[in-house]
Structure formats: structure tokens, C-alpha cells
Design a binder for this molecule. Structure first.
Ligand code: BGC
Length: 335
């Protein structure tokens, strides 16, 4: 008898939990009480970004697969435009927002807007500080630990026959092609890739550091200029992402250099194009920035918010692990 009462009680508790969620859930008009799912607004910093294209396609597919209506908008790399898009979504009564901010520095503004509107929000790809996020308890960040990807890039170089010191002069001379320096991914990859070498006791020499804003053409231009200026001195080209690395590879090939023979080249993301180049020996390695894993986790966290979960300072960042990609395991990542 006791067991039956206990069972009934727990059933009642579960039911009341769901009833509670229902009330919290209807953050937007789009959510009706009979289980139909509402519209999710997705703001992407710009559509013309190779990695974010895979990411947004995956987000859309997962959300639609779960029965949500989805509206995905292009911020065109313009924060003012994205602010308007967020306001429009709010006035349309979306059920939740998934936002890839244009500028990390706009986080306070974005957080206060969604907080005032009471919209559960998942920030992705550009991580604000813990203090900034603490302003709103229905907000969570989903991304990766950017320092880890930098460390992995450094380790890819340490794993080469001569730890990156191709010319045997006792130091690794490199150029760094940086993403948008406002982005913490760019800052930490730049710092930690080199730190991994130093921590392993390897002497390093930075020949140049240039911002390439995550862009393939910029990667090509920067590498071409640096190869013309520094020639054989360059032993390693670190790129904060694969798109810039693919651009750099074009310049390396045009300069008659051969990756893994007289120069090393690493990126981050594991874009299909980069996986092919790792397989063919034209990139030393890359780091999987798991777009599908992050999209899955972003939707998962969004649903947690919709069912009433709240967050407090210090637990508002959810990280999906990076994975080192080398010629040995590249096959595991190719479709
Ligand atoms: C990716 C880049 C992308 C950037 C956009 C980074 O995490 O590695 O490829 O351009 O995010 O913010």
C-alpha cells in the first residue's frame, strides 16, 4: 500500500512539475497550451561564415525535427542590424531565442533586451563573461573551451618529427593568422597554441600576427604576404580557423612550399575541405569544432530553459569538447 501511495505521489509531483513548466513555457504567443511547439528565433552573426553555415544548418534541422517552427536571420556582421532582429523576434512573440552575437562587446545590451522581454535565450559561439550572463537566469551559453583548441593546435606541432623546428635552428618560427580579435576564440587560440609549445620547453619566434577575420581570402592574402616577406624562415602557420588555413594553403602552394615537408599548417573547425587536406597531407592537422554537437546541445539547453530550468553565475556555460584531428584519425570525421 505504502508503495502505491508513494507511486501516486511521485506521479502527482511529475504532473505538477509539467503543469508548472506549461505556465513558464508560454514565453511567446507562438506556444499554445495543447503541446504545439512555437517559433524559435535564431540570430546568426553572418551567413557568410563557413563554420557558422554548418552550425546554422544543423540547428535548423534539429529544431524542425523536433517540431518547432524556425526563423533564422543573417546579421550581416552588423550588431545594429542584429539588435533590430532580436527586437523583431521579441515583438513577434517567439518562444525562445538562439543568438550568435555579432560583437562579444554587445553581450550586455543583448542580455538586458532578452531579460526585459523574459525570453529564454541560448547564446552560442561568442562567449560573454560569467558576470555578464549572471544578469539573467534564463540565459545559457553553449560553445567550446577555446583555450583547449589552441592547446591542441600546439600539440599537433609538437607531435611532428622535429616539434616544428624544421630548419633545426633551435626555435620554431611561426606566423599567426588570427580570427576577429574581439572574439574570445581568436584570443585564446592565439595564446594557447603558442603556450603549448613553450610549456613543452620549445623556443618560439613570432614573425608576424595578422587579423584575418576568419575569412579564407584574408588567410590567402596574409600567408602570401608573409611568405614573400619571411620566406623559408616560416616553419609553422597557425590559423585560428580552417577557412583561413585553406586560404593559407593556396598561398603555400603558390610559393612552391610543401606542407609537412618544409612548413607546417594547422587550423580549427574540421571543415570538410580541411579534412580532405589533412587526409592528403596538405594540412598538418586541425581541431574538430563540433558544429553538430554544439547545435544539439544548444537545442537541448533551450528546451531545459523552456521547461523552467534557471541558471546562476558560474554554471551558465556549457562546453562541447574539441577533438584533435590528424592523418591517423581523420577518417573518423569524414562523411
Ligand atoms: C570558428 C570560426 C568562425 C567563428 C565565428 C569560431 O569558433 O572556429 O570558423 O568563423 O567561430 O564566430
Amino acid at each position: 500500500m505504502k508503495k502505491i501511495i508513494a507511486l501516486l505521489l511521485s506521479a502527482l509531483m511529475v504532473m505538477s512539475l509539467f503543469a508548472g513548466c506549461g505556465k513558464k513555457d508560454d514565453g511567446g504567443k507562438a506556444s499554445d497550451g495543447d503541446g504545439e511547439k512555437g517559433t524559435i528565433g535564431v540570430c546568426i552573426y553572418k551567413f557568410d561564415d563557413a563554420f557558422m553555415t554548418t552550425y546554422r544548418n544543423s540547428l535548423e534541422e534539429i529544431l524542425k525535427g523536433k517540431g518547432y517552427k524556425v526563423s533564422v536571420v543573417d546579421g550581416n556582421n552588423d550588431q545594429a542590424k542584429q539588435n533590430e532582429q532580436i527586437n523583431t523576434f521579441i515583438s513577434q512573440g517567439v518562444q525562445a531565442l538562439i543568438i550568435n552575437p555579432v560583437m562579444t562587446s554587445a553581450a550586455d545590451q543583448i542580455i538586458s533586451t532578452v531579460k526585459d522581454a523574459g525570453i529564454p535565450t541560448v547564446l552560442i559561439n561568442r562567449e560573454p563573461t560569467a558576470e555578464q550572463m549572471a544578469a539573467y537566469d534564463k540565459l545559457v551559453y553553449v560553445g567550446c573551451d577555446a583555450a583547449q583548441s589552441g592547446t591542441f593546435q600546439g600539440e599537433l606541432i609538437l607531435d611532428t618529427a622535429n616539434k616544428g623546428d624544421i630548419n633545426g635552428d633551435g626555435k620554431v618560427s611561426y606566423i599567426m593568422i588570427q580570427g576577429d580579435p574581439e572574439n574570445i576564440d581568436a584570443q585564446l587560440r592565439t595564446e594557447y597554441s603558442v603556450k603549448a609549445l613553450k610549456d613543452a620547453g620549445v623556443e618560439v619566434e613570432q614573425l608576424n600576427l595578422t587579423r584575418g577575420d576568419w575569412d579564407r581570402n584574408r588567410g590567402q592574402e596574409i600567408a602570401a604576404n608573409d611568405l614573400a616577406q619571411f620566406g623559408d624562415q616560416i616553419e609553422v602557420i597557425f590559423c585560428n580557423n580552417d577557412d583561413m588555413a585553406i586560404g593559407a594553403l593556396q598561398a603555400i602552394q603558390a610559393a612552391g612550399r610543401k606542407v609537412n615537408e618544409d612548413i607546417y599548417l594547422v587550423g580549427v573547425d574540421a571543415l570538410d575541405a580541411a579534412l580532405n587536406e589533412v587526409k592528403n597531407g596538405n594540412m598538418t592537422g586541425t581541431v574538430l569544432n563540433d558544429a553538430v554537437g554544439q547545435a544539439t546541445e544548444a537545442v537541448n539547453q533551450m528546451e531545459k530553459l523552456l521547461s523552467g530550468t534557471t541558471y546562476s553565475e558560474g554554471n551558465q556555460s556549457v562546453y562541447v569538447p574539441y577533438v584533435k584531428v590528424t592523418p591517423d584519425n581523420v577518417g573518423d570525421f569524414m562523411s
